[in-house]
Design a protein around this ligand. Sequence first.
Ligand code: CA2
Length: 152
Amino acid sequence: MTSPRRLLLVNGPNLNLLGTREPAVYGTATLADVERVTTDAAARRGFEVRAVQSNHEGVLLDEIHAAREDCAGIVINPGGLTHTSVVLRDALAGVGLPVAEVHISDVRAREEFRHHSYVADVALVHVVGEGVAGYETAVARLIDIITGQAEG
Ligand code: CA2
């Protein structure tokens, strides 16, 4: 079967609050802006995006599992689950799709507890600290991998 030209975009807990607080850390763009940037970047490369944001870990797991059926890769900002969730990591590893991990802020320059990611070693692409533009970087690098134009 040929690979579907669709990506799943996953934004984790609290990312629905983007643009409402903490502009010094996360900027002023909203979740709708994130979804538009990602969708437009994918469309320029001939891919669709299905976007999900949830504050409920189980909903995110169900969406990741469902992506096996009709997506070629996953772009994910797991929010705070990045630093806590073995089950999210297991879901991503379990579906076996290529994963791009995105963080809006530079987590390496923030509190120590944000330096570890449970998702990092199941992701092929890592983008941190580029703001919302980082989602476009992630899409470009992930699609290059999916279409065989680049390694890791
Ligand atoms: O930098 C990122 O993208 C993060 O994944 C965002 C998470 C944080 O826990 C990670 O360490 C880094 C937090 C998302 C919550 O975003 C908010 C945005 C505006 C106001 C409140 C929360």
